[in-house]
Design a protein around this ligand. Structure first.
Ligand code: NAD
Ligand code: LMR
Length: 332
């Protein structure tokens, strides 16, 4: 029997990530090839005509899985009945700006959209915040939507996770699908800590630690980390626009694994409400290694943290606490 359609909201749908993301959702990349979807697309009035153009293109793409499109500038209409909300709407960082610089513009959007989601989304709606500062926007959304369970509100660090996989795959000249269990700790910002201490590569003679295969700790502890941390800025410099196709693709990966589960023996990175695991600050949205099953994520526990990692987990945790304070000062 055909499945009931799932309603997926994309805010900022007329923007560049939106334009890459909505066709992926309509073609089953996010929820699977047998899951019909109804797309809800929200943007602001100045973008209404462009949004309507995206809707026209979705109709023209004639995806068999797409059972309806709501394109609107009304936040209540956009949020009504949605099962999944991908929050992309906001102002992107431009060349020379740090993510903190976009804070004041974006946190107020997340405060107001929190109420709309809380009141009008389907029960148990899963929320993914993409717009920067992603972790802190997600925290504000959580704080101003107290009836949505904290476990349902997440931030995108899967792009950073995938970037780390990509760097290792290029360095070792192996397939990216054979590399697994990197970790992004902390903030989706230049303080994030891409950690390969538990990462492995599938080889003809079994799974091998990344460190053993790379044989260059100086690179792994130096250039590898800064490349992943600065990748967003490098893309802005090259494209004069922030990443879009990779952001859209990793948003699909994030939701797909959350809803359908992570493969046995594999974890992924997600920004989730911190319970203080690994002695990082509680009460911020911090990226951890997680496994997912039956639509719920669980933080992977018990991983050894060496001295270098400890310092880096603390630095990015401190930045998230600072951002939280700054966000509240922008809202007061
Ligand atoms: P964009 O400017 O192309 O699109 C943003 C869209 O949001 C625009 O169409 C704009 O009209 C709309 N918008 C603005 N305010 C809105 C509101 N209140 N409600 C609904 N829509 C609204 O930007 P983009 O390149 O698509 O990037 C979107 C966001 O995603 C930015 O904040 C960017 O920094 C962030 N981003 C995050 C990641 C990540 O990994 N977490 C990766 C890439 C980009
Ligand atoms: C990215 O990581 O590509 C985005 O967050 C854009 C940015 O501002 O870096």
């Amino acid at each position: 029997m055909a499945k009931e359609p799932v309603r997926v909201l994309v805010t900022g749908a007329a923007g560049q990530i939106g334009y890459a993301l909505v066709p992926m959702i309509a073609r089953g990349v996010m929820l699977g090839p047998d899951q019909p979807v109804i797309l809800h697309m929200l943007d602001i009035p100045p973008a209404a005509e462009a949004l309507n153009g995206v809707k026209m293109e979705l109709v023209d793409a004639a995806s068999p899985l797409l059972k309806g499109v709501v394109a609107t500038t009304d936040v209540v209409e956009a949020c009504t009945g949605v099962n999944i909300a991908v929050m992309v709407g906001g102002f992107p960082r431009k060349e020379g700006m740090e993510r903190k610089d976009v804070m004041s513009k974006n946190v107020s959007i997340y405060k107001s959209q929190a109420s709309a989601l809380e009141q009008h989304a389907a029960p148990n709606c899963k929320v993914l915040v993409v717009a920067n500062p992603a972790n802190t926007n997600a925290l504000i959304l959580k704080e101003f939507a107290p009836s949505i369970p904290a476990k349902n509100i997440t931030a995108l660090t899967r792009l950073d996770h995938n970037r780390a996989l990509g760097q290792i795959s290029e360095r070792l000249n192996v397939q990216v699908c054979d590399v697994k269990n990197v970790i992004i700790w902390g903030n989706h910002s230049s303080t994030q800590y891409p950690d390969v201490n538990h990462a492995t590569v599938k080889t003809p003679s079994g799974e091998k630690p990344v460190r053993e295969l790379v044989k260059d700790d100086a690179w792994l502890n130096g250039e590898f980390i800064t490349t992943v941390q600065q990748r967003g800025a490098a893309i802005i410099k090259a494209r004069k626009l922030s990443s879009a196709l990779s952001a859209a693709s990793s948003a699909c990966d994030h939701i797909r694994d959350w809803v359908l589960g992570t493969p046995e023996g594999t974890w992924v990175s997600m920004g989730v409400y911190s319970d203080g695991s690994y002695n990082v600050p509680a009460g911020v949205i911090y990226s951890f290694p997680v496994t997912c099953k039956n639509g719920e994520w669980t933080i992977v526990q018990g991983l050894a943290i060496d001295d270098l990692s400890r310092k880096k987990l603390d630095i990015t945790g401190a930045e998230l606490c600072e951002e939280k304070e700054l966000a509240y000062s922008c809202l007061s």
